[in-house]
Ligand binder design. Structure first.
Ligand SMILES: C[S@@+](CC[C@H](N)C(=O)[O-])C[C@H]1O[C@@H](n2cnc3c(N)ncnc32)[C@H](O)[C@@H]1O
Length: 628
């Protein structure tokens, strides 16, 4: 079994049960814009009318760029103590399952239902595939509603629901040990006062797995996302509350629809397509145009979706055009495929645009013309490219970025000016970098740099930058982007390597260096964190699309790691958290991007335990204790 996350051109699989040769075959398919996928039997199921096989926790096709929460196995091995055994430290993967379980436990606790023997008998669990009526109490950090039935301690996990809704759901799985059941949403019987169905813009909402929150006012979505960040640090950082600052209000996206610059609708192959690759002379063909769209929530079935309102106007036009093309060229397809739709922006000086040629551009049905404010001297000609070999261009303020299909780039352009400006104003200490004669920070390390987003947008603040990314494509794009933005190689260097190889290439003094980290969803690995702590930069800015693994890693930087003396003794990290805030890169979905800023503690200013002893003084005691 494996999962292909079509938005990311990445394949995810359960490595334990997936044959390595098949894995390398799949990997070799990466990077093609129209990628082969879906070796599961969804099409066959659809044809036979069978209930489709369910992923344990399905990946939504509209989610952010990084590997599937659903692809990780549930380990449920929580850190015993981040201050202790480092081999335990990175056992938490921040998966949907782990996150959901924390929320289930918390709900049962707050409802006083967590302890057996309180006189309340557990009602018999509903039959599988039967319908139940539940009242939703909370939204989990996974985006699903958590509901209860009267007189039962079982939590029902139901998507597309809001606290206060009474709904009918169809149960498909019980986990009696953990105390929750998974159920499909059927209908709302009594709506919550916070639900506003008039806000829903997509007719496929509550079927498509892409969005979870279209029925929620935007300020409610933002407030909910703040709680995701709060709970992530509470449950996954392993830090005492006093070391976690108040989480900032989630910063919203200027566009709440029409923001997504990349979409990857897909279609399944004809039934049994995988057994008809042509080698045995049989090639299945489509008898009719298959559904082209995204996955139905909770299944591996693709539903036909002709338009997606979270895509930008240019991408939506591209989607309509590509659907039409596929239906005309259906005879050329023998398997399923993913359509890669990416927005490309051409910036044209207004003076040039308002010449005769502009009529031609404006009449082009595939093009969208956008103007920003009057002071901006450009117009933006946006189109949708589907060629996997082409490079797309986009602008963030006056910075220009080009990106090949296979390399990561953030996919909500509307929030990027706000996001990069926030990082620009928090990356250096405020108000002055020169307090207490602290050396001025003039060097940037951009770990997991992608196409150079941070190196380039922060370049004015630093004299040198070093970016590293495992993807050679991203690094060549970062190098090109640096030169496009007049950043010479003497000021920005990039390396294509695993992030933990970074530390052998650093030449800048730690006290004058800030490290930005923006890893994939799984977070940093232990080797990276260990070396980062050993190097000890003055500041660390940790950006992440998975606040749970971010909280885990920050717990290590702040709480300490065995064998790495941050200068404050065994079991105590060298960093303190200055700020944490979420950014809403994906409105209408359950995702939140976290930005945490850490500063290195000053020598001799360790945390007080109430005994008046700090820093090294306290360390000596701890070292002494450890030796006993
Ligand atoms: C979330 S993206 C961030 C990219 C960039 N900071 C941006 O915002 O555009 C994560 C990046 O990490 C890179 N990556 C994944 N694993 C890595 C590793 N072990 N070492 C270095 N880079 C890695 C990916 O290629 C991807 O470009």
């Amino acid at each position: 079994m494996f999962l292909y996350e079509p938005l990311n051109d990445q394949y995810y699989m359960s490595s334990r049960i997936f044959h390595p040769s098949l894995r390398s075959l799949i990997k070799s398919a990466r990077g093609f814009g129209i990628a082969r996928y879906n070796m599961a039997s969804s099409a066959a199921n659809a044809a036979s009318g069978e209930r489709p096989r369910r992923k344990r926790f399905e990946e939504t096709p509209l989610q952010s760029e990084e590997p599937s929460r659903g692809s990780y196995r549930f380990k449920n091995k929580r850190m015993k103590n981040g201050h202790g055994d480092s081999s335990q430290i990175l056992q938490t993967n921040g998966t949907n399952e782990e996150v959901l379980l924390e929320d289930v436990k918390e709900l049962l606790k707050t409802m006083n239902l967590h302890e057996q023997g309180d006189g309340k008998e557990q009602a018999k669990l509903a039959e599988k595939f039967s319908e139940v009526e539940v009242t939703i109490q909370k939204i989990s950090s996974t985006g699903d509603g958590l509901g209860l039935m009267p007189d039962s301690r079982q939590v029902y996990v139901v998507p597309f629901t809001v606290p206060g809704d009474t709904i009918t759901a169809k149960v498909f799985k019980h986990d009696e040990k953990e105390g929750y059941s998974m159920a499909d949403f059927i209908r709302v019987n009594k709506p919550s006062p916070v639900r506003d169905d008039s806000l829903v813009k997509c007719p496929y909402f509550a079927s498509c797995s892409g969005c979870q929150f279209q029925m929620l006012p935007y300020d409610y979505q933002l407030a909910h996302k703040k709680t995701i960040v709060e709970k992530a640090y509470k449950n996954f950082s392993n830090l005492p509350p006093k070391l976690i600052p108040a989480i900032g209000d989630t910063i919203g996206s200027p566009l709440q629809y029409g923001y997504r610059t990349k979409l990857t609708p897909h279609f399944d192959g004809p039934p049994d397509a995988r057994r008809s690759d042509g080698r045995n002379g049989i090639r299945r063909t489509f008898k009719q145009v298959p559904p082209i769209g995204f996955m139905k929530k909770g299944t591996r079935l693709t539903i036909d979706i002709e338009d997606c309102p979270i895509g930008t106007s240019a991408v939506r036009k591209g989607m309509r055009r590509e659907r039409e093309r596929v239906s005309k060229e259906l005879d050329n397809y023998h398997r399923g495929a993913t359509l890669l739709l990416r927005e490309n922006t051409e910036r044209i000086p207004k003076s040039e645009f308002h010449s005769a040629a502009s009529n031609e551009i404006q009449e082009d049905p595939d093009v969208v013309i956008e103007e920003k404010d009057d002071d901006d001297e450009f117009i933006y000609k946006k189109s949708c490219t589907t060629d996997p070999k082409s490079t797309t261009t986009e602008y963030i303020d006056s910075f220009q970025f080009t990106n090949p299909a296979g390399a990561f780039f953030q996919n909500n352009n509307s929030i990027l000016p706000l996001f990069t400006s926030y990082i620009r104003s928090h990356i250096l200490p405020s108000p002055s970098p020169q307090i207490n004669n602290t050396p001025k920070i003039t060097h940037l390390i951009d770990a997991y740099s992608g196409s150079g987003l941070f190196t380039i947008t922060l370049s004015a603040l630093f004299t040198t930058s070093l970016g590293i990314d495992i993807s050679p494509q991203s690094i060549s794009s970062a190098t090109h982007n640096a030169s496009l933005n007049s950043l010479p190689p003497s000021r920005a260097r990039f390396l294509a390597a695993d992030a933990s190889a970074l530390f052998s290439s650093i030449t800048s003094p730690a006290a004058e260096t800030v490290v930005v980290i923006d890893p994939p969803r799984k977070g940093c690995d232990e080797s990276f964190l260990r070396q980062l702590m050993g190097y000890g930069p003055a500041r660390v800015v940790y950006v992440s699309c998975n606040v749970h693994t971010q909280a885990r890693d920050i717990g290590v930087l702040v709480g300490g790691m065995k064998g790495v003396d941050g200068g404050f003794g065994v079991g105590e990290g060298a960093y303190e958290i200055e700020s944490i805030v979420g950014f809403d890169f994906f409105p209408q979905t359950g995702h939140v991007e976290g930005v945490a800023v850490l500063r290195r503690k000053e020598e001799g200013k360790g945390e007080e335990d109430g005994d008046g002893k700090v820093g090294k003084e306290k360390d000596n005691e701890k070292v002494g204790d450890a030796q006993v």
